[in-house]
Design a protein around this ligand. Structure first.
Ligand code: NAD
Length: 244
């Protein structure tokens, strides 16, 4: 048994793999397609300029799918870990599905945006999807009348919270990576910073991620199976404390 000391500074990075068991498809797993769409057709600023209706149809479907989906045991394990560690727990997610916050996670940075919000690129104001979106129309900004876009960081754009993330990476003592391919940058490079600044690195994935050489402990398997067991060990107050 290896208990995690409560004063250990833990940073978690999650990707699409953690939501796969909630029924939300990853896109690497289906040969570079995301729900049967090429990323270039739906997830770039150019695609939105070219065909805002197609992009909105895609994200409306993703939004509806995300509210139907339920968090799984991996999402709930991270809530437990946060309750155990308190302010020493932080999480970065590349996911846009909102399942971490719905499970109850508090300290989470959604670096690629949120399906449940839209954005006016002109006023830089975000509006909840449910307030402005309907089936028929492309939503428009209630203030300036510009087409609203999904509040998603697309390929070729700068992710949210990079300054905060860098601070967290430099400070963490344990960096836990769950269900991410290690292909999409800048998130794929976070492990390098964490490791350089002295963190131990642990990853859970169905297969070896691209940045496997930077992982100290690799657990191959489904996050819904592996993570609850790890968290149970780490938070077991009857076990001896150890240097996880
Ligand atoms: P990815 O699709 O590139 O990789 C998913 C990884 O998860 C793969 O390495 C795969 O082996 C692993 N995986 C699949 N099922 C798993 C399971 N049950 N347990 C553990 N690992 C599992 O995903 P990414 O690295 O997050 O990058 C894709 C980008 O596309 C994201 O940044 C995100 O913005 C977007 N996206 C988001 C969602 C979502 O919000 N759920 C879904 C698809 C894509």
């Amino acid at each position: 048994m290896v208990r995690l000391p409560r004063d250990k500074n833990v940073l978690v990075l999650t990707g699409a793999g953690i939501s796969a068991e909630s029924g939300i498809k990853t896109f690497r797993d289906s040969g570079g397609l995301w729900e049967d769409h090429r990323v270039e057709d739906v997830a770039t600023p150019k695609a939105f300029e070219r065909n805002p209706r197609l992009v909105w149809d895609f994200y409306r479907q993703r939004y509806l799918q995300s509210i139907e989906a339920q968090p799984n045991s991996a999402h709930y394990s991270l809530v437990e870990l946060e309750q155990y560690l308190g302010d020493n727990f932080h999480m970065i997610t590349q996911n846009i599905d909102g399942l971490h916050t719905r499970a109850g996670s508090k300290n989470v940075l959604e670096m690629h945006g949120r399906l449940r919000y839209t954005l006016c690129a002109k006023c830089r104001v975000q509006y909840p999807f449910t307030d402005v979106c309907s089936e028929e129309h492309i939503p428009v900004c209630p203030v300036c009348g510009t087409n609203l876009r999904p509040d998603i960081v697309w390929f070729g754009e700068v992710p949210y919270f990079l300054v905060e993330i860098e601070k967290l990476l430099k400070r963490c003592e344990l960096f836990l990576i769950v269900g991410t391919s290690g292909v999409v940058y800048p998130a794929a490079g976070f492990v390098m910073t964490a490791k350089y600044f002295g963190a131990k690195t642990i990853a859970i994935n169905l297969e070896q991620p691209d940045n496997r050489s930077l992982i100290d402990d690799f657990h191959m398997g489904r996050s819904g199976d592996v993570l609850p067991k790890l968290v149970q060990e780490w938070t077991n107050t009857n076990a001896l404390s150890s240097n996880v």
